[in-house]
Design a protein around this ligand. Structure first.
Ligand code: NDP
Length: 429
């Protein structure tokens, strides 16, 4: 464990933090140099990434420590504008590490491409034709992107879905193609394949293609993290381990039953997941869209995680969600900070990255639920929020900490109080 290097990590200066990570052999001297340089993209690169580029928008990258996933320890890069997210992930990871950490299970990385056909004259005949020519469809898809086949992936199956007509929409015959995208997220690979097979599907069905596109509902690319927390690690103040466990389980049940709570519960999970997805240079909108659709798979929007009592009384947590991230492709290989994130994490492939991300999601969820059912969420959150308020009030350097400390004791923690405290502190000089 690298934990020995990380005692009171959050209290260290930035240079001391880097030094601790160097000593723990998580960072190299090349990384140290990278961190000293301006973390901006070159203008040429920024220009090639988006259209009409004017400037760049900075967000902090923090590191969550002590995360054990499948017996390996990780230092996890997280990019977010929200205070307390990195701290909550770190503290949950540290607690769960004492119980052995997280275990994960990752499915095959298959994405789904859709070709939607309309005005098919005989859908029964069309479906027969599609089934009969499945091999040809898969061959044509694979011929459109042969390199993914050479890498061991490619299109390997189809499914046919008939979407019945309603008052609001006509009938659609939809062909799904399942594509193993290996180490890529696969959007461009899949879209290329779908556009390539579209004319052939028109021929087979005598229908008209409306669109050919990846589905972001990645139900064939799922990641699951589980953890087991013994009661001695759950005790909090006057509350026994049993009481915290039972309250946490009830909180999860509430989020299962009530969509109003489920959205907030899942937002907390996505606090962690988005931050790592963003740090790794991945498409966080794809992860968000897929996660929320998966949360509603039963027909009602529900909590993505479950918390239960084990036979021996331990608390058992589990989180499953689609995780269509890439380890290569998109802007991952061209964005220098995304490359730094990969080095910091030390992950070797997309599946390992999925394991870390889903575990951070469960850690984040544990932290939020534990706080909610014990001291409440505001104590920890507002402590960190105090710093943001101090900065908004105009505090710089050592004034930030000084104003934040006074703010935490104030009856009303808001911008007005922060400004007053800053004035008072400066006048007392
Ligand atoms: P790319 O278009 O960059 O394709 C990935 C490339 O990585 C492949 O073409 C492949 O090159 C190369 N590669 C190298 N090694 C491997 C490997 N081991 N396994 C797989 N590929 C490898 O990215 P994606 O197709 O992954 O698309 C992701 C991007 O698409 C993201 O930026 C996303 O934002 C964007 N996007 C998303 C959409 C959506 O979500 N709906 C829609 C459109 C775009 P080679 O050809 O040599 O095999």
């Amino acid at each position: 464990m690298a934990a020995a290097y990380f005692s009171k990590f959050y209290k260290k200066s930035k240079q001391e933090k880097v030094q601790a990570l160097l000593e723990a052999q998580i960072l190299t001297s090349e990384d140290e140099q990278f961190l000293k340089e301006t973390p901006l993209l070159s203008d040429g690169l920024a220009n090639s990434m988006v259209e009409n580029q004017l400037t760049q928008y900075a967000l902090p990258l923090g590191v969550a420590l002590n995360l054990i996933v499948d017996d390996k320890e990780y230092a996890v890069p997280m990019v977010t504008e929200e205070p307390s997210v990195v701290a909550a992930a770190s503290s949950a990871a540290k607690l769960i590490a004492q119980a052995g950490g997280f275990e994960t299970c990752i499915t095959k990385r298959r994405m789904i491409g859709q070709v939607a056909l309309k005005a098919v004259p005989d859908t029964t005949h069309a479906q027969k034709q599609l089934k009969l020519h499945k091999k040809d469809i898969l061959n044509k898809a694979n011929q459109a992107h042969p390199s993914i086949v050479k890498r061991g992936g490619g299109a390997d199956d189809i499914a046919i879905r008939l979407i019945e007509a309603t008052e609001e929409s006509p009938e659609f015959l939809v062909v799904h193609v399942y594509i193993d995208v290996q180490e890529a997220m696969g959007a461009n690979i899949v879209n290329t394949m779908m556009e390539a097979i579209a004319p052939y599907l028109e021929l087979l069905t005598e229908g008209k293609v409306l669109m050919s596109i990846l589905s972001n509902y990645a139900t064939e690319c799922l990641a699951t993290a589980t953890c087991r927390v013994p009661l001695n690690l759950l005790k909090r103040g006057d509350l026994s381990g049993e009481a915290v466990r039972d309250r946490l389980i009830e909180a999860a049940q509430f989020a299962y039953a009530d969509p109003y709570r489920a959205v907030t519960h899942n937002k907390g999970i996505m606090n962690g997941i988005d931050a790592v997805v963003l740090a790794s240079g991945n498409d966080w909108r794809a992860i968000e869209a897929s996660a929320h659709a998966y949360a509603a798979k039963s027909g009602q929007y529900r909590a993505l995680s479950t918390w239960k009592k084990a036979d021996n009384g331990d608390l058992l947590g589990s989180l499953t969600l689609p995780m269509p991230i890439g380890f290569v492709g998109g802007s991952i290989s061209i964005h220098p900070t995304a490359q730094f994130s990969q080095r910091l994490l030390g992950v070797k492939n997309a599946k390992e990255l999925e394991s870390v991300i889903v575990s951070i999601g469960l850690a984040q969820n544990f932290s939020a639920l534990k706080a909610l059912v014990t001291e409440g969420i505001q104590k920890g959150h507002m402590g960190l929020h105090a710093k943001s308020l101090a900065i908004s009030a105009g505090a710089t350097d050592h004034w930030i900490e000084a104003v934040a400390d006074e703010l935490k004791k104030a009856p009303h923690m808001n911008l007005e109080t922060a400004k007053a405290l800053l004035d008072k502190a400066k006048n007392n000089l």
